[in-house]
Design a protein around this ligand. Sequence first.
Ligand SMILES: [Fe+2]
Length: 203
Amino acid sequence: MAYHVPEPRFAGSGLGGFLGPASVMSHLEVHRAHAAALNAELESIGASAHPRHISSVLSDPLSVPEGSRGRIGFYGGGYDNHSVYWESLVPGGSRPGPALEGQADVYYGGLGGLSGEIESVSLGIEGSGWCWLALDPSLMRIRVLATPGEQSPRSMRLVPLLGLDMWEHAHYLEYGPDRRSYVRGWLGSANWARAEALLAPLG
Ligand SMILES: [Fe+2]
């Protein structure tokens, strides 16, 4: 299957005070470039009709030939990470629910503590990378972590709940080098309901 990137629903209007339409479109170009490179790589190994979705391949890198593993990890990670990024944002942000609030209380002292941890981990990233709110299914708990480059948290057997792109292209047009303001804008636009929807069925 070939991967395509649809326009996010807020592409024309931007994300309130967080990202304007020009930033959204510039980020979308990066996402589409990753999808095109991923499609080309899958085609080169005869796997363009691969029945497994890329999120499964990222969770099980040994399922693709060794010579393509690095490129599929990078472009597939870039494609999937950016898909999560768009789903992680909604104009004005959204409300969490009891499942996420319960996890945040136990592991981070509440939602304020969780937001503080996301800010601290994301600003600690040197160079290009991502900050994640993820579920560790083996421990049934949320984690905040960073990955370098386009490495997917799925490669660590974690489920990405919310993704914060810390590459320069994500913030420079709107915020220049002021990454703290970018991260705080992201926190204000975070789609906590996405994390809640993935956590709630776990009880
Ligand atoms: Fe990006």
